[in-house]
Design a protein around this ligand. Structure first.
Ligand code: ASP
Ligand code: MG
Length: 484
């Protein structure tokens, strides 16, 4: 059994949905023009659990509708409602064959959109949007899509059934970024999903959402449909988890920045985790853990180029002769520095810095402290800059007055470049090559950190230098050339 997740662009329009449903059809029938060969275990018919995202852009517009309603705007959510209806109707009319009654499906879509309108109307009246309310609204994109996708599969002769993950994935009540409770989820999957598979039905499950044990809808965080696929794969002990997206797997760098970037045939879970954490938007970072726990391989494959083998994520990737595998970058960041000669040898400064920032709910992407202990610096999203500085100034009011801390300041418009590869571990000279490549090309490195896993060296550079930095490092390690 394979769990297959189709992302927003793979279900974003008539053509992609036709393509995606053909892929599922081939897998379940074993009549595979695309999926066989390539070392993929799909030559024979096999059960598939489908996970779908909302159509591309839909979650964004739902969020916009809810936030604008809270800001006393009564127009936007009504426009969003009309455009969502149109988008789904167009797909239904184009793809769902005669066997399926359009009117039944359209009335289900209308019911959900009516729910959407009521929710937004209440938010508008209250003038307030809670995290719980936002989850109720933003979950609707997936709830719409499963119905359409399951119907499209039925039109191809696949016996498919739409399922809401609210009946499968039990989470805590941390709205907006809920965590699954795996034991409860496992029990629900056994009770509600396994019997369908046993009957030969292909379940089509909403990505991104779950529900608390009392049934209130939650979401797993933006981009969380990948995570859904991994949670279900874990509970079902699936053979593999396939993430169908719009690129040929994980690449050595962003091909828009580095034209000679290549697809990596295989990477380890640890490498995938580092890459997704550092901005390679191929996998939701939380996807790795449920797969790793059961050693289930994840394949990242392209809906629009299904013959391409994509990238396989496994426990131990075969050695490729490359120490560095990929380079990613995150822009729009700010480097905050807390500096003072009086900090030397004083315990607890770092704890105070990071608890002040954590209380503001600001997440820290990278930390570095010089061993002289005269400064601690860390990187955050630029938009959190003001809040972080205010929180730190409050926290260190006394130390600033006593001059134990001299200065707290921010440098905006910086970027992190992350150089990732498990082969870097214990290999001397990687740092020298990275800095050599940048030094020869006059790119200034503002700060550096290396995780003790040694899978990653992260550098902070000025945002204007970041694309060049990625290109020079890519070239230095000859990542554009095929693996040995
Ligand atoms: N639809 C959700 C989002 O846009 C989840 C996903 O696409 O994975 O964030
Ligand atoms: Mg996604």
């Amino acid at each position: 059994m394979i769990v297959m997740k189709f992302g927003g662009t793979s279900v974003g329009d008539v053509e992609p949905i036709a393509q995606a449903t053909q892929i599922v059809h081939e897998a379940v029938t074993g009549e595979s023009a695309w999926l066989g060969g390539l070392g993929r275990p799909s030559e024979s018919p096999q059960p598939v659990v489908v996970v779908v995202s909302a159509m591309s852009g839909v979650t964004d517009s739902l969020v916009k509708a809810a936030t604008s309603a809270a800001n006393r705007d009564e127009q936007t959510f009504r426009q969003v409602k009309d455009s969502l209806f149109e988008r789904h109707r167009a797909v239904i009319e184009a793809i769902v064959g005669d066997g399926e009654t359009h009117s039944v499906l359209l009335s289900e879509i209308e019911t959900l959109l009516h729910e959407f309108e009521n929710l937004c109307q209440s938010i508008y009246i209250l003038g307030e949007l809670t995290a719980r309310g936002l989850d109720a609204v933003s979950s609707l994109g997936e709830r719409l899509m499963v119905r359409v996708f399951a119907a499209a599969l039925r039109s191809r002769g696949v016996e498919a059934r739409a399922l809401e993950a609210t009946t499968l994935i039990v989470t805590d009540d941390n709205y907006g970024s809920a965590t699954p409770l795996m034991d409860d989820t496992q029990a629900r999957v056994q009770a509600n999903l396994v019997p369908l598979l046993a009957e030969g039905i292909t379940p089509v499950v909403t990505g991104f959402i779950g529900a608390t044990s009392s049934g209130i809808v939650t979401t797993l965080g933006r981009g969380g449909s990948d995570y859904t696929a991994a949670i279900l794969g874990n509970c079902l002990d699936s053979r593999e988890i396939w993430i169908w997206t719009d690129v040929d797997g994980v690449m050595t760098a962003d091909p828009r920045v580095v034209p000679e970037a290549r697809t990596l045939p295989a990477i380890s879970y640890a490498e995938a985790a580092e890459l997704s954490y550092f901005g390679a938007k191929v996998l939701h970072p939380k996807t790795i853990l449920p797969a790793l726990e059961k050693g289930i391989p994840i394949r990242i494959v392209n809906t629009f180029n299904p013959e391409h083998p994509g990238t396989l994520v496994v426990t131990e990737a075969e050695p490729t002769g490359k120490t560095v595998k990929a380079i990613t970058a995150i822009k729009g960041l700010s480097l905050i520095t807390v500096e003072g000669r009086g900090m030397i040898g004083v315990p607890g400064i770092a704890a105070k810095v990071f608890s002040a920032v954590a209380r503001e709910g600001i997440s820290v992407l990278m930390i570095s402290q010089s061993s002289s202990e005269q400064n601690i610096c860390f990187v955050i999203q630029q938009e959190a800059n003001g809040r972080a500085l205010r929180a730190l100034e409050n926290e260190f009011e006394l130390e600033l007055a006593r001059r134990n801390v001299d200065r707290i300041w921010a440098q905006g418009n910086v970027a992190i470049v992350a150089v990732v590869g498990a082969g870097m571990k214990g290999t001397p000279g990687i740092g020298a090559k990275v800095f050599g490549a940048l030094g020869r090309n006059a790119i200034n490195v503002i700060s550096v950190a290396q995780g003790s896993s040694e899978y990653n060296i992260s550098l902070v550079v000025d945002e204007k230098d970041v694309d060049d930095a990625v290109r020079y490092i890519h070239q230095e390690f000859e990542l554009g050339q095929a693996c040995l």
